[in-house]
Ligand binder design. Structure first.
Ligand code: NAP
Length: 282
């Protein structure tokens, strides 16, 4: 019987997840498919109904994107310890009618960073204090980095610093701190945010980025964000958002199909082909 996978969120129309997962499924000849599950946030029953009917609909697992990464935790039978520690998930596995929540955003970000740098002992700065910031700051800390955080809304940033036992830093002090790693987890510089604010900018400029730094922006639309531009201007190594997107998807695939190794090159080629022809995200 064909098993269905997909992405739960709203909106999901522009998701890049189907191209990566369907390419992998087809390449390995698996009896499965990956669909879009657009769940209306205005309908109070919709998310619960979706999770209760996974068996009925032969759903083997699903990706979770905004705005459900935190609320979906309430519908799980079990969590992976990493998802529990972060308090959010992006992946659900239906194992023998029990839903298990995982967070491959965290491991995906880590894998993307490790393509360019080691993490133990590095002085790292996370910009932002939302769901992605929480996941990334947590895994950086667990990987042995010394983690600092700055956020527009200080109270929210300070609360996250306290929860994760990491350091707060003022925007004006970032330049002097000479960070080895800087990760932008905010939407600042994305097409969506630029359209809303009427301007495209970076939270920090080249003068605040050390030339030896490794810099990652997790935005995928566009890939060349103002922050990435500033990083290159500073002479830093820049990692664009599709690397995290790819690695979080590889992690998901291997959770859903534990006996199949994810065909990384196939997924990567599908992602880059889609990125060159679409204005998608997540
Ligand atoms: P979120 O929970 O809504 O958090 C957004 C954070 O960005 C908050 O800390 C917010 O600060 C800050 N922010 C928003 N607008 C800002 C502005 N104009 N100026 C300064 N700070 C601003 O979002 P999220 O789930 O963490 O996602 C963040 C971004 O990461 C999105 O663009 C998402 O698409 C992307 N993402 C990419 C991947 C990937 O695989 N590449 C995976 C997950 C997410 P306040 O606290 O002040 O509001």
């Amino acid at each position: 019987m064909n098993t269905t996978f997909g992405i739960v969120g709203h909106p999901v129309t522009h998701s890049l997840s189907p191209v990566m997962h369907n390419a992998a499924i087809q390449h390995l000849g698996l009896d499965a498919d990956y669909q879009l599950f657009d769940i209306d946030p205005q309908d109070p029953e919709a998310l619960a109904n979706f999770t209760y009917e996974t068996d009925l609909n032969h759903i083997g697992g699903f990706s979770v994107t905004m705005p459900y990464k935190e609320v979906m935790m309430d519908y799980m039978d079990y969590y992976d310890p990493l998802a529990k520690a972060i308090g959010a998930l992006n992946t659900v596995v239906n194992r023998n009618s029990e839903l298990i929540g995982y967070n491959t955003d965290a491991t995906g970000a880590l894998a993307a960073l490790k393509e360019k740098t080691e993490l133990p002992g590095k002085k790292a700065l996370v910009l932002g204090a939302g769901g992605a910031a929480r996941a990334i700051a947590y895994v950086l800390r667990e990987s042995g980095a010394e983690v600092f955080l700055y956020n527009r809304t200080e109270a929210k940033g300070q609360a996250l610093c306290q929860a994760l036992d990491i350091e707060w830093i003022e925007l004006a002090s970032i330049g002097q701190a000479a960070f080895d790693l800087i990760i932008n987890t905010t939407p600042v510089g994305s097409h969506a945010e630029s359209a809303e604010s009427g301007a495209s900018h970076s939270i920090i400029t080249a003068e605040a980025i050390a030339p030896h730094a490794v810099v990652m922006d997790i935005i995928t639309q566009p890939l060349e964000t103002p922050f990435i531009h500033e990083a290159k201007k500073a002479g830093a190594i820049a990692i664009t958002g599709e690397r995290m997107l790819l690695h979080q998807a590889i992690g998901q695939f291997e959770l859903w199909f534990p006996h199949a190794k994810a065909p990384v090159q196939i997924m990567e080629e599908a992602l880059y082909a889609a990125l060159s022809s679409t204005s998608s995200i997540d």
